[in-house]
Write a protein that binds this ligand. Structure first.
Ligand SMILES: [Zn+2]
Length: 311
């Protein structure tokens, strides 16, 4: 059968928070089958667990966050969540001593690297997938996002920022999980920001950790990062990374097709909420053998990283 997964051992990670700019300690812990993905803030007394459901997913302009009934939040979960989606990890406890997940280098690569170092293990329970049964299309002004029935997992993304640096590069990327490596092609694509926006955010006490160490920073007509881009279309690849994280918020990999134009976290989250809100749109499915599954999740080892020097 296609089995649920967790990590083989505890992983300790230290990084900087994008919003607070402070040092954050995070510990990833294995969980047993059917436990799901749990985020826990251990900086609060008593610690607060975040259960993901239609009422707890929240977004702001910069990230995806979770909110509980007491208005307590945990921010910037999307890159770690994209990592869990890409590696097919269904059960894990994420403990942080801050209101946000560390931003690392602005991509999912550090999380992928550390998880592959300790390894992934299978659990003795069926992995549950969301299979999309009906097309769902969400539009806001010129932005749109949609989910369609498809026997696999395929994503296409278009961006249009009306900026010479971004428009110079290709603005479209398509990823089919069966034929293209998420780890190699998407996981190291970094988030990006514009100097004018960062100055404004800093003035208002936001994005205090934002710098060239955790994002591609773009001026009016140039990239400020000394080493430039990791891919000529790194911007749209990162938008796809965000979407992969957002679409996994309920903890089940999707069997379907996602297409989007200029969508951000808010639209991705609205699409997922719309999908979930009508049980006619989806069904939970399991597979008794690997050949039946339209999505092949291999278990890459740390040796995979040595063959793919892309960081
Ligand atoms: Zn992002």
């Amino acid at each position: 059968m296609v089995k649920q997964r967790t990590i083989k051992n505890i992983i300790k990670i230290t990084g900087i928070g994008l919003h607070t700019g402070r040092k954050i300690n995070m510990i990833l812990k294995p969980l047993s089958e059917n436990s799901g993905i749990i985020y826990r803030r251990v900086d609060l007394v008593p610690p607060v667990d975040f259960v993901i459901n239609i009422n707890t997913i929240c977004d702001n302009t910069l990230c995806t966050c979770l909110i509980d009934s007491n208005n307590t939040r945990i921010f910037t979960i999307e890159h770690l969540h994209a990592t869990l989606s890409g590696l097919g990890i269904d059960n894990i406890l994420v403990e942080v001593d801050a209101p946000e997940i560390p931003i690392m280098d602005g991509s999912a690569y550090c999380f992928i690297y550390l998880i592959l170092k300790v390894g992934i293990c299978e659990l003795n329970a069926h992995k549950k997938f969301f299979r999309i049964k009906k097309s769902i299309h969400i539009q806001e002004y010129d932005k749109w996002a949609e989910l369609l029935p498809f026997n696999g997992f395929k994503l296409s993304f278009f961006i249009d920022f009306n900026h010479p640096i971004i428009n110079f590069n290709r603005q479209y990327y398509c990823l089919n999980f069966s034929t293209t490596s998420f780890i190699k092609n998407i996981s190291s694509a970094r988030t990006f920001g514009f100097t004018k926006d960062i100055k404004y955010l800093h003035k208002h006490g936001l994005a205090l950790g934002g710098s060239i160490n955790c994002a591609i920073i773009i001026d009016n007509n140039k990239i400020l990062n000394k080493d430039g881009l990791r891919f000529n279309n790194e911007f749209v690849r990162h938008k796809l990374l965000d979407a992969i994280g957002d679409l996994f918020l309920y903890g089940h990999n999707i069997i379907g097709e996602f297409n989007a134009f200029k969508a951000g976290h808010a639209l991705n989250n609205k699409l997922l909420r719309t999908m979930i809100s009508n049980p006619d749109n989806w069904e939970l499915v399991t597979f008794n053998n690997d050949q039946e599954s339209p999505i092949k999740f291999s278990i890459p080892s740390e040796y995979y990283l040595k063959d793919n020097n892309f960081s």
